[in-house]
Each structure stands twice: as C-alpha cells, then as structure tokens.
Design a protein around this ligand. Structure first.
Ligand SMILES: O=C(CO)[C@H](O)[C@H](O)COP(=O)(O)O
Length: 219
C-alpha cells in the first residue's frame, strides 16, 4: 500500500469513533486528517458541529457543508481526531509538522477522547527523530533557540512560515527525549514559548495505526 492508501485506510477506521448523534467533534490538521475530512460526509447525520485546529481544515470542512464552531461556543468535546508525526508505545506524540500544534493542543486538552490516526512509519521506540516543533512569539525566537541548544538540541527556524496565531516555529533536531512529560513542561516554561509539539502530558487515548499488510492496529 502506498502512503495515501494507508492514510485513507486509517481515516476510514476512525469513522467508527463517530458513533453517536448530534456530536460536536474536534478535527485536526494534515494530510491524514484531510483523508478523514473527505470521508466525513458518510457520517454527517451524526455530526452537529466541528471544532477545527487550523484555517486549512476549516476551509476543507466548510466546503463540505460542515458547521465549524469556535471552541468558545461549544464547551468540552466528546471526541478529537488528529494525526501525528511520531508516536511511541505509550501514545505519546510529536505533533506540529503542519504547524497547527497550539490549537491542536488546546482541542486535545478540551476533549474527552483523543483518537490519533497514523501509519506505522510514525511508530518509534523513542520520540525525537522527528524534529520537535516549538511555536514561539516572534521576538523570542532567537532566545528560545539558545535555550534549546543548552538542552542539547539543534534549532532550525522554519523560515517563511507563520502560524494561524501569527507566530513562528523553530524545529529542534537531535533531541534525545528520554522523559517526554518532563521535557514538554520544561520547554513550555521558557519565556516566549507558546507551546511545543510534545503531546505527552495529554497524550492520545487511542492510536489507530495503518500497517503495510493492510490491517489497522489499535494501540
Ligand atoms: O501535527 C500535525 C499538524 O500540526 C499533523 O497531525 C502532523 O504533522 C501529521 O501530518 P500528516 O498527517 O500530514 O503526516
């Protein structure tokens, strides 16, 4: 199976979690989620509204006629479905490859169940081979980068990229993330950091993993 087929397969498996009527669900961002959004019309009668983690997903959802609401209008959500860049055996994630990490983290925190959808190439023993995205206030970018060097990382500015919140991203290479919960908290304490792409404190509850043999594994 090629990569797009794997994404579609895991997106199809996620539809089973949209299993009630009048649901208000959170929807993430990225190419795997795009496959999910394109399948959502199949379960439209169960979805009252959607909270979206990016302008890109909002545009795609609205084009299909979904009612996209702000989180401030909905209260907590029963379900959030999103992709990831890396996932370890405990459903701890690195996210933010698409730059939507801040809204994603807020929606994940506000959701009772977080279902992550990935293919098996994203499963790792130790998080950190994928560069860890950090969203920073623009004036703090170089300062935060210097702090990350002290933590053993190699920061690369995602040049030309502006987040939906008007901030910037630095991607931290070569981090050995032995304690993701501790590192997530530590990075978030650096002044100027909006948030970082570790989803370890609030990790996925369930990860659906599309495997090359054509099956979907639930972790
Ligand atoms: O965190 C994300 C966006 O900020 C995405 O979920 C992550 O980058 C995975 O994307 P894709 O499904 O395209 O591989």
């Amino acid at each position: 199976m090629n990569s797009e087929q794997l994404k579609k397969q895991v997106a199809e498996a996620a539809l089973a979690y949209i299993n009630d009527y009048d649901m208000v669900i959170g929807i993430g961002t990225g190419s795997t989620v795009n496959q999910l959004i394109d399948l959502l019309p199949q379960v439209k009668n169960r979805i009252e509204a959607v909270v979206s983690s990016s302008e890109a997903s909002t545009e795609r959802l609205e084009a299909l006629g979904f009612n996209v609401k702000a989180l401030n209008q909905t209260g907590d959500l029963s379900l959030y479905i999103d992709g990831a860049d890396e996932c370890d055996a405990h459903n701890r994630l690195i996210k933010g490859g698409g730059g939507a990490l801040t809204r994603e983290k807020i929606i994940a925190a506000a959701s009772k169940q977080f279902v992550c959808i990935i293919d098996e190439s994203k499963c790792v023993d130790l998080l950190g081979a994928f560069p860890l995205p950090i969203e920073v206030l623009p004036m703090a970018r170089s300062f935060v980068a210097r702090q990350m060097v002290k933590l053993g990382g190699q920061p690369i500015y995602r040049e030309g990229f502006v987040t939906d919140e008007g901030n910037q991203i630095i991607d931290i290479h070569n981090l050995k993330i032995l304690d993701p919960v501790e590192l997530e908290l530590k990075i978030n304490q650096i002044p100027g950091v909006v948030t970082n792409g570790l989803f370890a404190g609030r990790k996925a509850d369930v990860t659906l993993i599309a495997q090359n043999d054509g099956t979907v594994r639930t972790q």
